[in-house]
Design a protein. Structure first.
Length: 79
């Protein structure tokens, strides 16, 4: 389960960048927004359930990877 969550986090991080690099900027932003909502929902669920710190750490890492991807897309778009 933890490995699966890690792979999902990696996909969340890579997909907007992959789409951006292939020239589909609008679709990349849509994916990024959807992943933001998805991640936020997961984070809230984890906090509500108060699972062990390891699970919170994994979801926090996923969220961090997502924000790194968004920053990458935004910065490269403006530069």
């Amino acid at each position: 389960i933890i490995l699966m969550l890690g792979l999902i986090g990696l996909w969340i991080w890579m997909e907007p960048r992959h789409l951006y690099n292939s020239g589909e900027k609008d679709f990349a932003y849509v994916i990024a927004v959807l992943m933001s909502l998805f991640n936020t929902t997961l984070i809230i669920t984890i906090i509500i359930l108060m699972l062990n710190p390891i699970a919170r750490l994994i979801f926090g890492a996923m969220l961090a990877f997502f924000f790194v991807g968004i920053l990458f897309v935004v910065l490269t778009d403006y530069n």
